[in-house]
Design a binder for this molecule. Sequence first.
Ligand code: ZN
Length: 153
Amino acid sequence: MDISNPSLAVACPRCGLLTPRFLDLCRNCGYKLWPSSYVASAAFKAWRAADPARAAASRYDMEIPQHVELVVDFDAKARELGIHMPPPSRWPFVICAGALFLSLAAIPFSNEVRITLAIVGGLIFLGGVIGWVLVEDVKMYPTESTTGGEAHH
Ligand SMILES: [Zn+2]
């Protein structure tokens, strides 16, 4: 047996189709590839011991399983591509809360209730807009006008 051959699959001498190399019978036609399952297993163990990269292989596989990590770090990817990811903001929630009070003021309650709701809602709404546009934008782009370039962290 050729241990140096990395292939886990072999073409069956009878039917010509690929079959796992270390199973005693051809998976397609049942042709006896090995004298016995025991001999096939011993051959597989010798083959697997020849290379640490074959440790994950199984006699029933036709190729060595590859474990490729498919996790993508989108933040790192964005930095790589030069895309500016805005930090998560809570100000839109404040604006939504203000808008809720304002919409409550549209319900025909008594005048005092409606005026109170409108004032409270308007203050929250304005606070949210001011906080979002003025405070956060200044925080997000504090040095860009002075350095004139990207700040690398
Ligand atoms: Zn066959």
